[in-house]
Design a protein around this ligand. Structure first.
Ligand SMILES: [Zn+2]
Length: 401
């Protein structure tokens, strides 16, 4: 596999020195810069091609985003409509997109009536949707990252099911089914959180999957996890904790990871004044890790931003300057999708009250108005418009060519 080869070629010492901490990003940057591969996207590293991006290409893409200063929208989806909105938006704004499945979203995709014993439906729904994305993504000529959202300790059987699907896919295709997975053990003590992450990092790294881990707690409520009453001190991650995680995970050969650090971010949208976002924490953390490593890299960590809905553009862009390469968007796109359907119903209300009969005549059929594709398409379009706005906030517009 190219991923492992590039690493070994660039840093042969690591293969013979288990436990050596070498930030893999430096070796991977060398691998892409030295490449003579023809480029699919003029402004992106040569390794990044249209369709689902994994392994070296994913690390190259995220490092590039950090260097150039943009973040990729990471969007929760619940079916083919929201998936298509995401990729349609990416094509429109001219940038990459991260399509994200939650455990509940996966179950919804499988169907709420499906047997979810041992997370069977949550696993099957995510796997089926990932395969859908793999089939259609390349048709849009944009890079797509396939990701899963928060997975707490009690939900690890869901992750084990996804891991098995990745291993199976890797056997046949030489790449994992998903690009990356998130583990959120932030409710556990730091050592336990990182120990479990390291265990999974080893399994992920063997098949080129990137790990997103969480330190501190994202406030608010999402997908049935309620952190609205959490002690506010836990909403802010300490630089020492991030460095500890960085050091531990870097010990895994072929490791690639991003960190969801807490800087006052909250899931959901609340009245102004409820959230005190402190992106300066991310800047201070990069400084701290950079000093500890003693290297030239001033931003060694790739950060991701959860609970970004409702944040000011200033705060978002200040966070991007600190090395945020992805921002999650869920609440705002949920509203946009619904608002598109609401607007459709409002516009065609009098055509949607019975199968036959509208203002044009009592015998006029309404089939073309109540065809579910009409309302769902209105939702798709509104969600894509909202995502184009998000991409602007994230400086992710026209970053491909
Ligand atoms: Zn989150």
């Amino acid at each position: 596999m190219k991923f492992a080869t590039a690493f070994l070629l660039a840093a042969p010492a690591v293969a013979f020195a288990p436990g050596a901490t070498l930030p893999r990003s430096s070796s991977l940057q060398m691998s892409s810069e030295a490449s003579t591969e023809s480029k699919a996207f003029a402004k992106l590293p040569a390794s990044v091609k249209p369709g689902v991006v994994t392994g070296t290409a994913l690390v190259d893409l995220l490092n590039h985003a950090k260097k150039v200063g943009f973040a990729i929208p990471g969007v929760n989806v619940v079916g083919s409509n929201s998936i298509n909105s995401c990729i349609e938006a990416a094509k429109k704004y001219g940038g990459p997109i991260m399509v994200t499945f939650s455990k509940g979203g996966g179950q919804f995709i499988a169907g709420k009536a499906a047997d979810n014993t041992d997370d069977a439906a949550s696993i099957a729904g995510c796997v089926a949707a990932a395969k859908h994305v793999r089939e259609v993504a390349a048709l849009y000529d944009v890079p797509v990252i396939l990701h899963t959202d928060h997975c707490q300790k009690a939900w690890l059987p869901w992750m084990d099911g996804l891991l098995a699907a990745n291993q199976e896919y890797y056997k046949t295709h030489g790449v994992p089914l998903f690009s990356s997975h998130m583990l959120d053990l932030s409710e556990e003590p730091l050592e336990e959180n990182i120990a479990i992450c390291k265990e999974y990092m080893e399994k992920f790294a063997a098949i080129d999957i990137l790990l997103e881990f969480e330190l501190g707690v994202t406030g608010g409520e999402e997908d049935g996890v309620d952190n609205t009453d959490i002690d506010s001190a836990r909403l802010y991650t300490q630089p020492e904790e991030v460095f500890y995680a960085y050091e531990q995970l870097s010990q895994v050969p072929n490791a690639a990871f991003t960190c969801a650090a807490s800087f006052g971010n909250v899931h959901g949208v609340y009245a102004p004044g409820n959230v005190e976002l402190k992106p300066v924490i991310l800047h201070k953390t990069q400084e701290y890790i950079s000093e500890k490593l003693g290297g030239d890299d001033k931003k060694p960590m790739n950060f991701v931003f959860h609970g970004g809905s409702g944040s000011s553009v200033e705060d978002i862009q200040y966070a991007i300057e600190a090395g945020v390469i992805k921002m999650n968007i869920d609440t705002d796109t949920q509203w946009a999708f619904w608002d598109g359907i609401r607007g459709y119903e409002e516009k065609y209300h009098d055509y949607l009250q019975a199968q036959i009969g509208n203002p044009e005549g009592d015998d006029k059929p309404n089939k073309k108005y109540y065809d579910p594709r009409m309302a769902l398409r209105a939702g798709e379009e509104a969600m894509a418009v909202r995502l184009c706005q998000a991409a602007e906030d994230l400086k992710c517009v026209d970053v491909l060519n």
